[in-house]
Design a protein around this ligand. Structure first.
Ligand code: ATP
Ligand code: MG
Length: 577
């Protein structure tokens, strides 16, 4: 497994927002083009999603590179839907993509385009290529086209239709367009070289017949351009200077250039970078769609999904994603990034902006026997130690509290310094309490209530006699606590590479049955005002975000990420080597 450059991460940790300026090879190409005035000093990029699913964190990398580089050089970025495949594309996807790109902070101003806007022009260009003998109508079936194509080691064979006259080709292509032929019966192919070492150059298909409604052009067309015939020309129409895409298109670049050269149109330049891969994560719309359709998750925006709508709902911030993308940069070889690194950037950002609050996820009652019944005190708590301007709030303290089951042990193991019989601990923001005993369920033997005494002289959090405690635990006052549902998430897959399924099984065999746990939590009352989307740090536990499923009086929180920082540990271990 490859992990990203250590120096890059170290440098990214303090002020990663600026990291988009860090050098990478794409930036170097742009700098050189600016130096040689290749495009008259212009930088224009585009982000070209196909509206056949929701965007995921891999797309965020592409968005950050495209919008980040253009912005750095005073250029512009277009948002262009690559909508040439009407069978798989839907308006719902278009809408979600627009919302997600906006949310990430990218601004395409008035430059929202669709490849389908160019269908007339693309058709005219296809006719132009036929007229100069560079394209022909082929009657081979899809299967035959595959057979004639040859292999990496064997050249292809010419189609028997390759030498049709220009007139015949023009007439047939016109009839294809007019809807005279059934789906799959003919294609328009570029006439290049069936012996090319590059399979993409062996007379690739430019147009196919598909009698399908398009969500924008309706039934106007029954032939649709292939990706390779639509993409470069769309770039060219928009005068894109740097057409940045992922490495799997590297072998398509000669074809991209061939169409542009044959048509004599604006020469956009294709540059390829490495796709983002993340451990324990699948980044393929096809697979993500399967998870949704088969009900393994509750939708595209399930907080366990790596979609932008899923991680937004989970509580990730756009800033944290941009910082992550800046830190991973771009390269010419595919690798795998640790999911822990993404989480590290989420924590780092939320640490600065999330207000603190106390919540008890798995409550056990604590009764402070020497605290006056009916008395309530307001203890002052700091909202965010990282941000003094966030101020303070009051938290109610009373005789009966909830603490975390994990913070009490009747028989404490050796390294356990939290509450146990005879042991004294500090309550966050207030008093010391000492455990005097427990009350158990007669039948199950489970601890029902922990009994304690408090020391009234320790309200400041310190003892006048300077005695120390080894642990500080969080709590909420039972009488004042709010009930809430908290959804705790773990990785959606149990395998680092979710595609590595046992023989004869699918990737879904690697789904983690424990990826969602729901608890009934007790929250401090100040959280009553929390609204969907609000983010908090629940002290000692992690970052949490209010879910849109919340209703007045019934809050639902998603755990965004726990506090423990695996990535920081990995980094430390690596540094120590
Ligand atoms: P998927 O395989 O998930 O369906 P795709 O490549 O088909 O993705 P598109 O909608 O065509 O999805 O992608 C839009 C842009 O985002 C393309 O330029 C593509 O190269 C880029 N992109 C897609 N996935 C990733 C990824 N994992 N890392 C970086 N860029 C990506
Ligand atoms: Mg695609």
């Amino acid at each position: 497994m490859t992990t990203p450059d250590r120096d890059a991460i170290a440098a990214a940790a303090p002020g990663a927002a600026e990291a988009s300026e860090r050098s990478n090879f794409i930036r170097d190409i742009i700098l050189e083009d600016l130096r040689t005035n290749k495009y008259n000093g212009r930088v224009q990029t585009r982000f070209p999603p196909e509206p056949n699913g929701y965007l995921h964190i891999g797309h965020a990398k592409s968005i950050c590179i495209n919008f980040g580089l253009a912005a750095e050089f005073g250029g512009k970025t277009n948002l262009r839907f690559d909508d040439t495949n009407p069978e798989k594309e839907e308006q719902e996807y278009v809408d979600s993509i627009i919302a997600d790109v906006h949310w990430l902070g990218a601004d395409w101003e008035d430059r929202l385009f669709y490849a389908s806007d160019y269908f007339d022009q693309l058709y005219a260009w296809a006719v132009q290529l036929i007229q100069v003998g560079k394209a022909y109508v082929c009657d081979l079936s899809a299967e035959e086209v595959r057979q004639y194509r040859g292999t990496l080691n064997e050249p292809g064979k010419d189609s028997p239709y390759r030498n049709r006259s220009i007139e015949e080709n023009l007439a047939l292509f016109e009839r294809m367009r007019a809807g005279e032929f059934p789906d799959g019966s003919r294609t328009l192919r570029a006439r290049i070289d069936m012996a090319s070492r590059n399979l993409n150059m062996r007379d690739p298909v430019m147009y196919r017949i598909l009698h399908a409604e398009h969500n924008r052009t309706g039934s106007k067309w029954c032939i649709y351009p292939m990706y390779d015939f639509a993409h470069g020309q769309s770039d060219s129409i928009e005068r894109i200077t740097h057409s940045i895409c992922t490495l799997e298109f590297e072998d398509h670049r000669p074809l991209y250039n061939w169409f542009i050269e044959q048509l004599g149109i604006f020469p956009s330049q294709q540059i390829e970078f490495d796709r983002l891969n993340l451990t324990y994560t699948l980044l393929s719309k096809r697979r993500l769609l399967q998870l949704v359709q088969q009900g393994h998750v509750c939708g595209w925006d399930d907080p366990r999904m790596p979609t932008l709508s899923g991680i937004r709902r989970r509580g990730y911030t756009p800033e944290s994603i941009r910082n992550f993308c800046a830190a991973i940069g771009a390269s010419k070889t595919n690798g795998i990034i640790e999911l822990a690194m993404l989480e590290h950037f989420v924590r780092e950002d939320l640490n600065k902006r999330a207000a603190r609050a106390m919540a008890v996820l798995r409550p056990v009652r604590v009764v402070i026997d020497n605290y006056p019944e009916g008395q309530v005190e307001e203890l002052e708590a700091v909202n965010n130690p990282e941000d003094p301007s966030a101020g303070t709030r009051n938290v109610q303290f009373s005789r009966v509290l909830y603490i975390e089951q994990d913070d009490f042990r009747e028989d404490p193991p050796k390294q356990f310094f939290r509450l146990s019989p005879g042991r004294e601990v500090r309550l966050r923001g207030g008093y010391f309490i000492k455990c005097t005993g427990v009350m158990k369920d007669e039948k199950t033997g489970e601890v029902r209530e922990v009994h304690c005494n408090y020391d009234p002289a320790t309200r400041s959090g310190n003892a006048p006699d300077a005695r120390k405690v080894k642990a500080t635990i969080h709590w909420v006052s039972a009488e004042h606590a709010l009930d809430a549902e908290v959804r705790l998430y773990e990785n959606l897959f149990t395998k680092e590479d979710p595609n590595e399924a046992p023989e004869g099984q699918e990737f879904t065999a690697n789904l983690n049955p424990g990826s969602l746990e729901v608890t009934s939590a007790k929250l401090e009352p100040s959280l009553a005002i929390a609204k969907p989307g609000d983010r908090y740090q629940f002290e000692r536990l992690g970052y949490f975000c209010v879910d849109p499923d919340s209703k007045p009086g019934v809050l639902v929180f998603n755990r965004t990420v726990p506090l423990r920082d695996t990535w920081a540990r990995i980094e430390k271990r690596e540094k120590g080597k």
